[in-house]
Design a protein around this ligand. Structure first.
Ligand code: SAM
Length: 273
């Protein structure tokens, strides 16, 4: 059973609910789009899927229909009676909680691999993706819907116009690509922004073997003044000799450096620390 626009309107009305803007509630109301997303997720009955923000269950019902083991984490308690009706009878485990605060080790057993498939709440999407990469290694792949600019930034490589702090942080742990656009017309209510699906694949290990906090400290400092050359923005943190040891041109700007170069710069600074 895939929820239609009429089903969703009826469910919301019957439960006395209005979509909450504060919680980023834009519900998928187009069965064709939902089926397309689930095809892109490449899941089957052997897959463990975690969804963040099931809403009324538009995507969840179709995820469950593949036979996958589905766990869905929803913050809004008002939606729990709806999910009890739409997805729990299909065997989905609904967890009431905040994706930013959850004890993930308890919710997702680490003895198996998990795939995140979600239409994320847009205001916290970047934080959710990056926190999960940092803290929840059992999630190996993600297929997430996010605001177009956010998706392009997560997937950007060095030299791209949207390359920034989240791009570097993501590249440490994973590779990412924008796989498709989703028009605003498929949601209730329609968001004012464009949406994309991003596929993220965790690397078997971080691509550079340096202290992550030290690396991100350099990245944040440099991107904090992204128009400046690195020799200026990092003048208190990196010496000319360290730039040279890392093979980095100090007259470059931060968006020119890929993750391997950020790793080399961090290593050069810390070998003398
Ligand atoms: N998956 C549904 C769909 O596609 O129709 C709903 C997607 S809606 C964009 C985002 C959902 O995330 C909402 O159901 C919202 O209540 C929920 N949400 C917002 N913040 C959350 C958080 N911190 N943790 C878990 N769920 C959250």
């Amino acid at each position: 059973m895939t929820l239609t626009r009429r089903d969703i309107t009826e469910l919301l009305e019957r439960h006395g609910l209005e979509p909450s803007r504060a919680l980023g509630q834009n519900f998928l109301a187009d069965p064709n789009t939902v089926r397309r997303i689930v095809r892109l997720a490449e899941i089957d009955s052997s897959t463990n899927v975690v969804e963040i923000g099931p809403g009324v269950g538009s995507l969840t019902t179709e995820l469950a229909a593949t036979g996958a083991n589905v766990v869905a984490v929803e913050l809004d308690r008002h939606l729990l009676p709806v999910l009890a009706e739409t997805v729990e009878p299909l065997g989905v485990r609904v967890v009431h909680g905040d994706a930013l605060e959850l004890d993930w080790a308890e919710v997702l057993p680490a003895d198996r691999v998990w795939n995140l498939v979600a239409n994320l709440p847009y205001n916290v999407a970047t934080t959710i993706v990056l926190d999960l990469l940092d803290d929840v290694p059992q999630i190996e792949t993600m297929l997430v819907m996010v605001q177009r600019e956010v998706g392009e930034r997560l997937a950007a490589g060095a030299g791209d116009g949207t390359y920034g702090i989240p791009s570097v942080k993501l590249a440490l742990w994973a590779t990412a690509s924008v796989v498709t656009r989703i028009p605003a017309t498929v949601f209730i209510p329609q968001p004012r922004v464009e949406s994309v699906m991003v596929r993220i694949q965790r690397r078997s290990e971080p691509i550079v073997n340096v202290d992550h906090d030290a690396l991100m400290d350099l990245v944040r400092t440099a991107f904090g003044q992204r128009r400046k050359m690195l020799r200026r923005s990092l003048s208190t943190k990196v010496t000319p000799e360290q730039f040279e040891a890392a093979g980095i041109d100090p007259s470059d700007r931060p968006e020119r450096l890929d993750i391997v170069q950020w790793g080399a710069l961090t290593a050069a600074v810390h070998s003398e620390a």
